[in-house]
Design a protein around this ligand. Structure first.
Ligand SMILES: [Zn+2]
Length: 218
């Protein structure tokens, strides 16, 4: 079932990053219930090769391996356009995959009328990758894990409460060496985090064989 080589708790409203080597599995855990994990990825040897949400959803839909809420292969942006990670276990299966956005100064201003001071997923991700020397303007698109959204009448973007219960997780196997950054979304105003931002867990495992589901209980 694999061996845990690194375990990190992402404090509420903050971000953390971990290195995930090719073949290792990253587990993102909703430790305390409904909470969105704004996650992004860069190639460990070249931060310009970042995750691309639009290409990921398009390629998964073209291949029949995903939807706008769920994907199998996470791709880096063209011209690199390589599989970065593969979703190997996803019992929740509901994410905000198609958009690539994250909460930012602009989101808090337009949506909530907050002009400054609120923590953001963008800021959390910038802080998380800073120890690796990744420039803030290289933060790629975001895979919004556990986030449920709807578009009503093709014009209203509605954020609903995350379907993740305490202990729910997603497992992603790295296909190349990546730096994975995860923000415990600090928004208390959107329904996504159930009105109360919470912690997240990160686990890096190795020795997980193909077709084998890493089991939390082992
Ligand atoms: Zn956020």
């Amino acid at each position: 079932m694999g061996r845990v080589v690194q375990e990190v708790v992402v404090p509420r409203c903050e971000g953390r990053a971990v290195e995930v080597r090719a073949g290792q599995v990253l587990r993102i855990v909703a430790l305390d219930g409904p909470q969105v994990a704004d996650s992004t990825f860069v190639a460990l040897d070249n931060p310009r090769e970042g995750y691309h949400a639009g290409q990921t959803v398009a390629l998964n839909m073209l291949a029949g391996t995903g939807t706008m809420r769920r994907v199998t292969t996470l791709w880096s942006r063209p011209p690199y356009e390589r599989p970065m990670l593969t979703v190997v276990d996803d019992p929740v299966g509901v994410h905000f995959a198609w958009n690539g956005g994250r909460c930012s100064a602009g989101v808090y201003s337009v949506r909530d009328g907050i002009e400054s001071g609120h923590r953001t997923c963008q800021g959390n991700l910038e802080e998380a990758v800073r120890p690796w020397g990744v420039d803030p303007d290289l933060i790629p698109d975001v895979f919004n894990v556990f986030m449920r959204t709807d578009v009503e009448d093709e014009q209203r973007l509605v954020f609903r409460e995350s379907p993740a219960a305490a202990g729910d997780y997603i497992d992603l196997r790295a296909e190349i060496d990546v730096l994975a950054a995860v923000s415990a979304c600090p928004s208390e105003t959107s329904a996504s985090n159930g009105g109360d931002p919470k912690r997240l867990g990160l686990e890096v495992r190795e020795g997980v064989s193909d077709g084998e589901t890493p089991n939390k209980a082992d």
